[in-house]
Ligand binder design. Sequence first.
Ligand code: FES
Length: 104
Amino acid sequence: MEVKIGKLSDFPEGKMKKVFAQGKELLVVNIGGNLYSIDDICTHEECSLADGFLREEVVTCPCHLAQFNVKTGAVVQRPATGADIESEPTFKITVKGEEVFAEV
Ligand code: FES
């Protein structure tokens, strides 16, 4: 279902933000004026990716430095422990005027 998660101005370019929708925790990122979203909870040991670091389209988990592509959810780098991890689910983001919606 489509859920309103904020206004366009809540998601400045080059930044990431955690939002809650339908009991899910989403990481929303603005890259070059386009919004993307993956699950905020790291698939390794459940740290919040919003507390990590964003560089271009890759987010680094603050806990053990796993990396995910925020456009696709794909694992870019395993955690420092070497564990195998799942990719992150992605969520479709739609902008209508000034309002931002996520499909969750
Ligand atoms: S919890 Fe994210 S890398 Fe370990």
